[in-house]
Design a protein around this ligand. Structure first.
Ligand SMILES: [Zn+2]
Ligand SMILES: [Zn+2]
Length: 328
């Protein structure tokens, strides 16, 4: 199989022939793979050396049907798995991180990790995994809402990347009593929200929001979130921050303002993954707006290391052009 392999920090290499691993798992033809911020961070880190990255995978079996991959394989037996905290599994295997992933023409994966897609445009399947992570975050936030004394909270989303857009769309459809606001340092980054009942602003009102979802991963985004949350409010850290970045808030301020800080990492239960799959199927027109730049496997090393995605979209890789055949 052809693949892009990570050799070292900032070093990725296209290989025409790579011997697949894990013969105990079936081999599948990869059709598309999304390029996420995690892949960009991994490419520059000293993790996952010798590995094929890529975890937002759409593949096809010998029956010709498209399937989407849930890349996390929990052990099912540890104390976390017993309580359904599968992303904290002590023996977790992650395709695209601890095992070869989808930046390749083929992937080895257990049959149980793949779910049949019924999308008229199978490329949208690359958005299922990121949506599942956002849905996991939303379920955490919904639980934290119990700490507020209102059923109609003011919710602010900081940032307008793919995750922020997904939060906005889900909140509008699933938490209809919430009042939504969005903030980004660039006005045009918020243009997508004009057609929705979402207030857009560069500088949100101070100490106003019951809940703030920080999606940018930047220090400035975190400062904005902490300034905008009202006393006794909730801030959720969703954007991935730089390694070593500390919180710009003192323990004393946390105490005096009675803030709740929570985080939500990637990963989700099987049931949330299946909910994400059916949500994408129900809202295909919206998800089509999130597909950004297309690249191929040979161009991927450069694209991944040096080319950021178009604002608010997911870049994606198409494998084996000419064989995937769905109008791309
Ligand atoms: Zn991802
Ligand atoms: Zn486990």
């Amino acid at each position: 199989m052809a693949a892009v392999v990570k050799l070292g920090p900032g070093k990725l290499c296209y290989l025409e022939k790579l011997i697949p691993q894990h013969h105990e798992w079936q081999q599948w033809e990869v059709c598309y793979c999304g390029i996420c911020k995690t892949d960009r961070a991994l490419a520059w880190s000293d993790q996952s050396e010798g590995r094929v990255l890529g975890h937002e995978v759409v593949c096809r079996g010998t029956d010709g049907r498209y399937r989407v991959l849930n890349n996390e394989i929990p052990c099912g037996e540890c104390e976390y798995c017993q309580e359904d905290w599968v992303s904290h599994c002590l023996h977790k295997q992650e395709l695209g991180i601890t095992h070869h992933g989808g930046f390749a023409t083929h992937i080895c994966a257990p049959d149980s990790s793949l779910h049949t897609l019924s999308l008229s445009d199978p490329r949208l399947g690359v958005l299922v995994e990121p949506l599942a992570c956002v849905m996991h975050g939303l379920s955490r936030l919904t639980h934290a809402a119990a700490l507020q004394h209102t059923s109609a909270p003011l919710v602010l989303i900081v940032g307008s990347g793919v995750a922020a857009k997904m939060f906005g769309h889900l909140l509008l459809h699933r938490w209809t009593q919430a009042h939504l606001a969005l903030c980004d340092i660039h006005d045009d980054a918020m243009a997508w929200a004009q057609s929705y009942p979402i207030v857009c602003q560069q500088t949100p009102q101070d100490r106003h929001y019951h809940m703030v979802i920080e999606c940018s991963g930047s220090r400035d985004g975190m400062l904005t979130a902490l300034a905008a949350v009202r006393d006794a409010g909730v801030v959720m850290i969703y954007g991935v921050s730089q390694a070593g970045e500390t919180l710009p808030v003192s323990a004393r301020e946390m105490f005096e303002r009675e803030l709740t800080l929570m985080a939500s990492m990637s990963g989700c239960t099987q049931s949330i993954f299946l909910q994400a799959l059916s949500y994408v199927e129900q809202h295909q027109a919206f998800f089509a707006t999130l597909l950004g730049k297309k690249t191929d496997l040979r161009q991927l090393p450069y694209e991944l290391l040096y080319n950021p995605p178009l604002p608010g979209t997911r870049s994606w890789v198409v494998m084996s052009p000419g064989r995937t055949g769905s109008g791309d």
